[in-house]
Write a protein that binds this ligand. Structure first.
Ligand SMILES: Nc1ncnc2c1ncn2[C@@H]1O[C@H](COP(=O)(O)OP(=O)(O)O)[C@@H](O)[C@H]1O
Ligand SMILES: Cc1cn([C@H]2C[C@H](O)[C@@H](COP(=O)(O)OP(=O)(O)O)O2)c(=O)[nH]c1=O
Length: 216
């Protein structure tokens, strides 16, 4: 497999989406169509439909294992339709969330078990992991406060309305994944002002993906 696969991970409200949008603008100038930016769950028709089912606030009866399976199904389709073709074309792929989100949210947050969720996702991904994962490090309360302060209430989804306890377990899950993968995880202080977070992110990606930027 060619190309380079990098993921963004972190709790809700860490600023991944905002930073990703700013980073796209810069990298588009620098490497143009060598770049593919995408997000989970979604990015293609089938995965977007699954995403709508998962995040619908009306779906209160959804079983936690169903939720985990749906994320894995959306992930599989997104991998096959979007990520793998881009990697085959040697692209730099930046993806907002991937397997670590399931292990942290469903495995730890929902308490299904991190090892089981990781195992189930190995089936979905055929064990493809990112080369590096940029972790947006932020205390749970700071992330949740950002969402409460800024987000349009019509956009609040089924996971945003979860309890602080749930989000704390998600955070603990991320800490365990980070400790178990010190070579893959690179942490960014996501509590900084957005300009600083964007600069750190760009600097790190320039470093990890040097060959893509050598002519820019
Ligand atoms: N560094 C930052 N400082 C303050 N507010 C931020 C920062 N980054 C993002 N935000 C705000 O926090 C909210 C959540 O950010 P978002 O990018 O959607 O996070 P995520 O995608 O990680 O859930 C948004 O309203 C955004 O404007
Ligand atoms: C990919 C993935 C996301 N999620 C959750 C995290 C978010 O709360 C939600 C995705 O919604 P999204 O609006 O994309 O959130 P964010 O901007 O924070 O990335 O789904 C899981 O629980 N498991 C997963 O495998």
């Amino acid at each position: 497999m060619n190309g380079m696969f990098i993921t963004f991970e972190g709790p809700d409200g860490a600023g991944k989406t905002s930073v990703m949008n700013r980073v796209i603008a810069v990298f588009n100038q620098e490497i143009g169509d060598q770049l593919l930016v995408t997000r989970e769950p979604g990015g293609n028709k089938i995965s977007e439909e699954i995403r709508r089912v998962i995040l619908d606030r009306e779906n209160t009866e959804m079983d936690y294992r169903t939720e985990a399976l749906l994320y894995a199904a959306a992930r599989r389709q997104h991998l096959v339709e979007i990520i793998l073709p881009a990697l085959k074309q040697n692209k730099l792929v930046l993806c907002d969330r991937y397997v670590d989100s399931s292990v942290a949210y469903q495995g730890s947050g929902r308490q299904i078990g991190m090892a089981q969720v990781a195992k189930m996702n190995e089936f979905a991904t055929e064990k493809l992991l990112p080369f590096k994962t940029i972790y947006f490090d932020i205390p749970v309360e700071v992330g949740l406060n950002r969402i409460a302060e800024h987000r349009d209430s019509s956009k609040i989804d089924r996971l945003d309305v979860e309890t602080t306890e749930f989000h704390k377990r998600v955070h603990q899950g991320y800490m365990k994944i980070r400790d178990a993968n010190p070579n893959r995880f690179i942490s960014i202080d996501a509590t900084q002002p957005i300009d600083a977070v964007v600069n750190d992110t760009i600097k790190i990606i320039h470093q990890i993906a040097k060959p893509y930027f050598k002519e820019s």
